[in-house]
Design a protein around this ligand. Sequence first.
Ligand code: HEC
Ligand code: HEC
Length: 507
Amino acid sequence: MQNQLSLANWKITNPSVIKFLIKIKRPMFLLFILLFMVYFAIKSVVYFADNTPAVLDSENKPGGDGSVSFTPFPSFMKPASNLNKADLPMFNAGKALAHQPWIKAPTITFARDGLGPLFNARTCLTCHVNGGRSIMPVKGDTRLDTAFLRLSIPGVDTIHGVIAEPTYGDQLQSQSTSLAHMFRHLKGLKHSVAPEAYIFPNWVYKNFSYADGTKIQLRETNIKLTKLGYGKMHPETMMGLRNAPPIHGVGLLETIKQADIDKLADEQDINGDGISGRTNIAWDFEAKKPVAGRFGLKANKASVRLQTAGAFHSDMGLSNPIFSSQSCTENQLKCNNEITGNDKEGTEISKRQLSLVVDFIKNLAVPKRRNAEKTSVLAGRSLFYETGCASCHNPSFTTGDDKDFPHLANQTIWPYTDLLLHDMGEGLADGRPDYLATGSEWKTPALWGIGLSKKVNGGQNFLHDGRARNVEEAIIWHGGEAEQTKQRFTKLNKKHRTELIEFVNSL
Ligand code: HEC
Ligand code: HEC
């Protein structure tokens, strides 16, 4: 397009060209134009061929041999299809622990109590709906419980990654076991332990215009907190909203050899492509040493097990073998004095219960591709490579060994992530560092299954805080290291933009 335009300008402004054109006959002129068109067509085909790898059969099964079909019931809670039949009862026991609500202690059953006193939700799957992501309220003045705020104050702590806000801790819990909170409609009830605050997304809207004039609306949060339960926060408190990401396929991601991820890192951007992924270094609370982070939106968790133990502790207020305290800070006296649901192992979650949930999460299947053979999807696939998406959304890995779950080992998988941190610019920054990740760095999320979000979760809420309502909005928010790629996307014509989005939705 650009070349044709400049040719037109050159024609009009240069009188000697006009003389030349008058001299030669019309057919000659048409032949000239034809040759030009053939030249550009060949050039673009060669360019695509350079950037777009051949389609492989394995792409249809992004989760390797364990990939599952998602008809007729779309859900990310299915077991990998190659999970040993003998392991299915274990999978289902873990699912029950992740799915059924936990309750306040004391109760007659030790097995399911200990919730809170402060918490965000009663089950893992309240937030990870059907194993997928959580849904943001459409209206800005609806209360948020399934996404939460991370809190910290300036300073460095290589073990915890951040220095927690002194009164509220490093995560704002919007619920408590207090009757006054649970029966909010009943007047006169007093809080035993007050929730820390109620969170509202308070959406702010703006428009974005493409070069071709197409307009879309974007929204972002302008978090509003009400009913702060424990007085003012530290004046320098940094806050970061986190929407629950999908959790299928994390077992496969865990088996990838670190060396294969390190190969993709380019911290100093030596290849000069403007993209410089790097590894976050998080603390392994079991091995008691720093290790590469792979889970969490800023890759601040070392393993699925640590992520799960952290979720039990902070998201549901359940002490466990790795994080054995209640999630109350020293300044929350009533919270510390509440009755616990500790069992004979001295915590609310036993070793066995923790392992069951970890194993359940690790075996959640990845969906097979849909519409992968469609012409428009294949065209979108080329554009995905062409515009540079694949530089961060690294298409494929081969998994390493897994002695507990051999079916997860040595699989060719297509997650579309490099599991590295990238600076995504001011528009996406939360200004809150975590271990090595700066306030504007985020881990590239896997894209497998993203096209099923609406069916699985009942809505689409993409990016770390769920602001994007579809793939297109998510792309437009890309900045920083992804700015050039985003620009290339916005310069595509509408047909090509639609094809690229169709490809992402086929993953
Ligand atoms: C209150 C909502 C909520 C609950 C309850 C919850 N999660 Fe999460 N989960 C999140 C959020 C938000 C993140 C991202 C956190 C971050 O990066 O800071 C997350 C991240 C994860 C991840 C990392 C995924 C990835 O790709 O990096 C896993 C695994 C996970 N949760 C498992 C669990 C399990 C298991 C439970 C139950 C024991 C649980 N979650 C309970 C909200 C929740
Ligand atoms: C520089 C690295 C980089 C490039 C290039 C890049 N992305 Fe991303 N992408 C990310 C990161 C990091 C996030 C998470 C940002 C956040 O949550 O704030 C993300 C998020 C997304 C999401 C939302 C996923 C979710 O689960 O919320 C989609 C969709 C997406 N990218 C698609 C694309 C497409 C399509 C392209 C090419 C046009 C592209 N990205 C280019 C790094 C990149």
